[in-house]
Design a protein around this ligand. Structure first.
Ligand SMILES: [Zn+2]
Length: 304
């Protein structure tokens, strides 16, 4: 395991965005000049907006947060970075909701850029923390002891109120959110799916956790980043393909071309219905996984 300082850890997370999103982030991770500098796009505020009847975007330019509204209260998916907590809360209020109505705080995965603000968000809202069984211990350690980042990217630790096994369903006021385990990027990386109403039609929606292979992950060889990581990555691509979601969202807006779609919403309420975009994302992810496997001596890719 190489030694990773903080700037390398941040660079790794930046690299994952670049790797799957193409030139959206022009910044070269190698140019990161100081320890905690990160892309401005991670904290740049954007106007919150509606994606489906009871689903809203309340994140920043390149770190997602999604708000589900139900008759029994709200669910917030991801509380990225401490620096973003006030922005997310402000976006929720701008939409006319009361953050105090948040019943559940759920998350894609236990990296700092998606749960770094979870402890503060819980304090501000009183929401119950709901995490996957395999990432809950990482979040309870404040990101320390990550199989790859080690202790280099810590955040305020928080205990889960409820643990989700793969396939478990979180129910609130008619909303049914399924916790699909899509491991690899982290051991408990979770892609949440649900049916939402878009322009009068019920559509299956997924918020993809991440399939990014961080620079330095060992998928093959005698010392993989964790035992079974290659199998997990490959199975996650298959599981997301099988899910058959039509509304494609993810933990980083660049993964699903959020800005382009949001700009079309005024004349196209189905702008986020994009099964082909999800397929293309999965194609790119699989290619990246298989490229890494090939570099590490496994020529058979995900079929091996
Ligand atoms: Zn991550």
């Amino acid at each position: 395991m190489p030694r990773w300082n903080r700037s390398r850890a941040i660079a790794g997370c930046t690299a994952l965005v670049v790797a799957l999103a193409g030139p959206v982030l022009a910044q070269d991770p190698a140019d990161e000049p100081s320890e905690w500098q990160m892309p401005a796009s991670w904290t740049n505020p954007v106007e919150p907006f509606q994606i489906a009847d009871d689903l809203y975007y309340v994140g920043t330019e390149q770190l997602s947060s999604f708000l589900f509204a139900t008759s029994a209260g709200l669910v917030l998916l991801d509380a990225p970075m401490q620096q973003n907590v006030d922005k997310v809360l402000a976006s929720i209020r701008t939409l006319g909701f009361d953050p105090g109505d948040i019943r559940y705080l759920i998350a894609s995965h236990g990296h700092f850029d998606h749960v770094g603000g979870l402890a503060s968000m819980q304090e501000a809202t009183g929401g119950r923390i709901v995490l996957s069984a395999l990432d809950a211990p990482l979040v309870a350690n404040g990101g320390r002891g990550d199989f790859f980042l080690g202790d280099t990217a810590p955040y305020a630790a928080v205990e889960s109120d409820r643990i989700m096994a793969p396939g478990d369903v979180l129910r609130l006021g008619g909303l049914e959110l399924t916790a699909n385990l899509t491991a690899g990027h982290t051991k408990g990386c979770t892609s949440w799916s649900a049916y939402v109403q878009v322009a009068g039609k019920s559509r299956k929606m997924v918020v993809v956790c991440s399939l990014s292979v961080l620079e330095g992950y060992h998928l093959a060889g005698e010392n993989p980043s964790y035992q079974g990581i290659a199998r997990d990555f490959c199975n996650s691509v298959r599981a997301l393909r099988r899910l058959g979601a039509e509304v494609f969202l993810a933990s980083h807006p660049s993964f699903f071309s959020m800005q382009a779609k949001a700009s079309r919403l005024s004349h196209d309420p189905e702008a986020f219905v994009d099964p082909a975009g999800l397929d293309r994302y999965l194609d790119r992810a699989r290619a990246s996984i298989e490229r890494t496997l090939a570099e590490q001596g496994v020529a058979t890719g995900c079929s091996g």
